[in-house]
Ligand binder design. Structure first.
Ligand SMILES: *Cc1c(COP(=O)(O)O)cnc(C)c1O
Length: 400
C-alpha cells in the first residue's frame, strides 16, 4: 500500500488525481534529479474548461504569477485566456509569447510611473488602482485608459489572505471614481480579491454587496456608468483541508451576483483572475528523503528532512498556511513526523504543528526514498530562491 496520511483527514490519492495520472507523472520523473516539479498541462486545460463551463459569462484573466512557465502561458493563450500581469517583466514574457496587449490588464496596485508608460506604449489599456497618487501616475502615463478600482477585503477564511496591502475602502474608491473623470481616464469597474485559497465562498457575497453599492452610487451620484466587475482569484486548489468544488463556488457566486445586482442590471463585463485554482492541481514536486533522525533517544517524533524546503519553493508553508498532501512510499504503521527542508536556516521547517504521518517500520519510508508533494503547480517554482546554500532554483518539467 502507498499512501500519505495526516492527522485529521485520511484521503486516498484518488482525492487528488487518478492513480494512472500519478503513475504517469512518477514514471516521467524517474531518473531525474530531485527536487523537481512536474507539471501536467492536461490538468490546467481541464481546470480552465471547468471554469468556462461553470462561469461561462466570466472573462478569465489568468494571474501569471501563480505559474509563469512559458508552456503554461502558451497553453492558456491558445485556450483563449486573458492575463493579469503584475510587472513589465511578465509583460515582456507575454509579448514574446505572442499574447496581444488587449488580452492583458496591469493588475498590480504597486507600480512605477515609467512601468505604466511601458505598458501603455506596448498597447495595454486596462489598469487597476487603489490610491490617488497611483491614479495620477496612470493619468499621466496612460491617458484615456480604462481604470478599475480595487476594494480592500479582509481575507478572512482564506489560507493565504492577501489582505490589508491592496485595495481601498469604498469611501476612497468613490473619490477615485470622481477623480478619474477629471483626469481623463475611464472609470471602468470595481475589483476585489477575496484572499487566496478562500475556503469561505461567503467572502464573494460581502464583496459583491460593496461592489453593487458602488455601481449604484456611481450612476446616481457621479453620473458614471461602471461596466465591469473583477472578482479576483481565490478559487481553491486541492490541499489537505477540503473545500467545496468549483461548481459549488460558481453556483453560489451566480446567486450572489443576482442578489446584489437586482434592480441595477448585470454589469457588461465580469472578470475573474484565477491563479492557484488554475495551476495548483497540475503539479507534483518530486523530492528525496535526505535524513530521518530524532533529537534525543526519547523523542517521540522523528524529523524527516527532505531535499526541498521553504527556500526551494515551499514558502507557502509559512505558518503552515498551505498544507500540501504528501505522498510517502512504503507501508507500515503510521508514524507522526516533523518535516523540514535541507538548508542551513532553522526557519526551514515545513510542518511541526500539523501532524503528518509516514509509514514506519521495516517496510516504511527510508532515507533515499522519493516523496511526492502534490498540488504544487502554483506558487512554488516562481518562489524558489536562487543559490541559497548553493541550491539551484527549482527545475520544472512539463507533460503535455
Ligand atoms: C495573486 C493574484 C490573483 C490570483 O489569486 P489566486 O488566489 O491564486 O487565484 C488574482 N488577482 C490578483 C490581483 C492577484 O494579485
Amino acid at each position: 500500500m502507498r499512501y500519505y496520511v495526516d492527522d485529521q483527514y485520511r484521503f486516498p490519492l484518488e482525492t487528488y488525481m487518478t492513480s494512472e495520472r500519478f503513475e504517469r507523472m512518477k514514471k516521467f520523473a524517474e531518473g531525474k534529479e530531485t527536487p523537481c516539479l512536474v507539471i501536467d498541462l492536461n490538468v490546467i486545460k481541464a481546470k480552465y474548461e471547468e471554469l468556462r463551463t461553470h462561469l461561462p459569462f466570466a472573462k478569465i484573466f489568468y494571474a501569471v504569477k501563480a505559474n509563469p512557465n512559458d508552456e503554461v502561458v502558451a497553453l492558456l493563450r491558445d485556450l483563449g485566456s486573458n492575463f493579469d500581469v503584475a510587472t513589465r517583466f511578465e509583460l515582456d514574457q507575454l509579448l514574446r509569447l505572442g499574447v496581444a496587449p488587449d488580452r492583458m490588464s496591469f493588475g498590480n496596485t504597486i507600480k512605477k510611473e515609467k512601468d505604466i508608460a511601458y505598458f501603455f506604449e506596448k498597447g495595454v489599456r486596462l489598469f487597476v488602482t487603489d490610491s490617488p497618487s497611483d491614479l495620477d501616475k496612470i493619468a499621466r502615463a496612460a491617458p484615456g485608459s480604462r481604470v478599475f478600482f480595487r476594494l480592500l477585503t479582509e481575507g478572512l477564511g482564506a489560507d493565504w489572505p492577501l489582505s490589508k496591502k491592496f485595495g481601498s475602502h469604498p469611501d476612497l474608491a468613490r473619490q477615485l471614481i470622481k477623480m478619474s473623470v477629471r483626469l481623463g481616464v475611464v472609470p471602468y469597474g470595481i475589483s476585489f480579491h477575496p484572499g487566496s485559497q478562500q475556503r469561505d465562498v461567503g467572502s464573494w457575497s460581502s464583496a459583491l454587496t460593496s461592489v453593487s453599492q458602488l455601481f449604484r452610487w456611481a450612476k446616481e451620484e457621479a453620473h458614471v456608468e461602471l461596466k465591469m466587475i473583477n472578482m479576483g482569484g481565490g478559487f481553491p486548489a486541492n490541499y489537505l483541508e477540503p473545500t467545496d468544488s468549483i461548481a459549488q463556488y460558481a453556483d453560489d457566486i451566480n446567486r450572489f451576483l443576482e442578489t446584489s445586482f437586482r434592480g441595477i442590471g448585470m454589469p457588461e463585463e465580469i472578470i475573474i483572475e484565477p491563479g492557484r485554482s488554475m495551476t495548483g492541481d497540475s503539479g507534483i514536486i518530486v523530492s528525496e528523503i535526505v535524513n530521518i533522525a530524532k533529537k534525543s533517544m526519547h523523542d517521540r517524533y522523528p524529523w524527516v528532512f527532505l531535499d526541498i524546503g521553504k527556500f526551494g519553493g515551499l514558502i507557502e508553508t509559512l505558518d503552515e498556511a498551505i498544507k500540501y498532501p504528501i505522498y510517502f512510499p512504503g507501508s507500515g504503521k503510521p508514524q507522526e513526523i516533523i518535516i523540514a527542508g535541507p538548508t542551513c536556516d532553522s526557519m526551514d521547517i515545513l510542518y511541526e504543528k500539523w501532524t503528518y504521518n509516514m509509514p514506519s517500520g521495516p517496510q516504511g519510508a527510508k532515507i533515499g526514498d522519493r516523496v511526492y508533494i502534490l498540488t504544487t503547480g502554483a506558487y512554488t517554482q516562481s518562489y524558489s530562491s536562487i543559490y541559497f546554500n548553493g541550491f539551484p532554483p527549482l527545475d520544472a518539467y512539463i507533460i503535455k
